[in-house]
Design a protein. Sequence first.
Length: 180
Amino acid sequence: MSLAGLRGRGWSDAMVSELLGQADVQGRDPRRWSPAPVRLYLLARVEAVERTPEFTAGRTSAATGVAAERRRRAVLAAIRAEPIEVPRLPAPELERRAVRHRHLLGARGPGGITAAAMARWQVGYLRHALSRYESLLDDLYGDTGRAEAERLLRRRLYEAIAAAYPALAPECRRRMEVER
């Protein structure tokens, strides 16, 4: 059973963590690409825990909100502390990879590429290359702090790209404004 399935049965993320602990199976979702791993729990174990008094008490516990806030603060602190390492590439290689990445995404366009378009493609490629940092958000599925954590992570990623490639700083600033 996935986290979404557990939530549908009345589980909160805090209850999953406290009562079920580690997932029985963890891996990548074969149906779609995502940097976040899929965590699955054995149905028999879920049903056994649902019959316990701890589960019933957990459904109405106010401590769930406190635990969620603690997780939110921990994730924000981890995002602030995580060093962001942007791949350093020579300009022609970055351009080649950005164009290839754009074509892999299915975009086709006219032969002439403007400098602004190339900057957008390069930032898009680098942002994709840094998608592994999105795993820092794994503990915040469905929580109110997720939007704040996503904004902070995006800002840190764009700041790191701008620091590594000063010529791309205007595009990074533009994206930070648009994606607020």
